[in-house]
Ligand binder design. Structure first.
Ligand SMILES: Nc1ccn([C@@H]2O[C@H](COP(=O)(O)O)[C@@H](O)[C@H]2O)c(=O)n1
Length: 289
């Protein structure tokens, strides 16, 4: 069916079920399909040159516009809260208030830095931001076939939009919901817009009023791409889902988290920095039967 599913990075708990979903997505046609994806560490790479790639938050946190003291405080927050975010032994209920705490403290620190809107493009250009290998084929295929791509991110919207723009793939079929910055008349950051989106509230509660999924009510077949347990609820607001294929990138603490990921995602991609499998599935679905 899809040769890329034979890659060594691919793990599937229920291969027959997965085959059935992919077949249904193909037979029911492209007009019914939409893709819902996380951004950081899902469309962007987790590792590059033997090091961690930056998230959209990290890009800003480590940039030249942040004071040394600000950088240290933001790094301390990361070192304290990131292990909690990915801890397989804590429940989502335990994690949620702690994630609100992390994002709130980080956003407050960023606001203190008097960041200029006009600096964002250069900050991204100077960063080590990298989209996964195969990103161009992914964005191009979706655009060419008029398939909506909804990027639902707990990162920083202004930064991730700039990454996609600089990669020349910010097409008209791409919509982003994320944490956006607001600037005053002088172009200085004053606050982050509500609602605050963190790893574990990526669901309909933060999409109220956007009407996004309602406009796409005929797109009842979904490919969902994520890298955390929080990403599994990204499609909860879609009315009358017929088929959903959940693909999860397992980037970190692979051994510890494998079981949970296999129980929750249809396809798990372990330490795979590419979009090869996703592109292979899309190609198969888009081939006329
Ligand atoms: N101050 C922060 C807050 C969060 N992060 C990381 O960004 C990721 C964004 O979340 P997604 O669910 O959209 O991928 C998240 O995984 C946090 O680890 C950060 O780096 N700094």
């Amino acid at each position: 069916q899809v040769p890329e599913l034979e890659k060594a990075t691919v793990r599937i708990q229920q291969p027959e079920r997965v085959r059935g979903i992919i077949q249904a997505l193909r037979e029911q046609g492209v007009a019914k399909l939409q893709v819902i994806s996380d951004f950081d560490m899902t469309l962007s790479r987790f590792g590059c040159n033997g090091r961690r790639c930056p998230t959209s938050h990290n890009i800003l946190d480590t940039s030249r516009v942040i004071s040394e003291d600000g950088k240290k405080k933001l790094k301390d927050l990361l070192h304290y809260y990131y292990p909690i975010e990915i801890d397989p032994n804590r429940t989502l209920e335990e994690k949620r208030p702690l994630m609100v705490e992390w994002w709130t403290k980080a956003h407050e620190l960023l606001v203190q830095q008097k960041i200029h809107k006009g600096d964002i493009a250069q900050i991204v250009r100077e960063s080590e931001a990298m989209l996964r290998d195969g990103f161009k084929e992914f964005f191009d295929q979706l655009h060419k076939n008029n398939i909506p791509l909804f990027i639902f991110s707990a990162g920083i919207g202004d930064i991730l939009e700039e990454i996609i723009r600089q990669a020349n793939v910010f097409y008209s079929n791409v919509n982003v919901v994320s944490n956006y910055m607001d600037f005053n008349d002088d172009g200085v950051l004053t606050h982050f817009r509500a609602p605050l989106i963190h790893t574990y509230n990526k669901n309909n509660t933060v999409l109220q009023g956007t009407g996004y999924f309602q406009q796409l009510s005929t797109r009842t077949n979904i490919i969902l791409l994520g890298d955390s347990m929080g990403d599994l609820t990204m499609a909860d607001g879609v009315p009358s889902v017929e088929n959903i294929l959940k693909i999860g990138f397992l980037n970190d603490k692979v051994e510890e988290r494998r079981g949970k990921y296999l129980d929750s995602y249809d396809i798990v991609l372990e330490s795979d920095e590419t979009l090869d499998v996703v592109n292979g599935i899309l190609q198969y679905i888009l081939t006329e039967t």
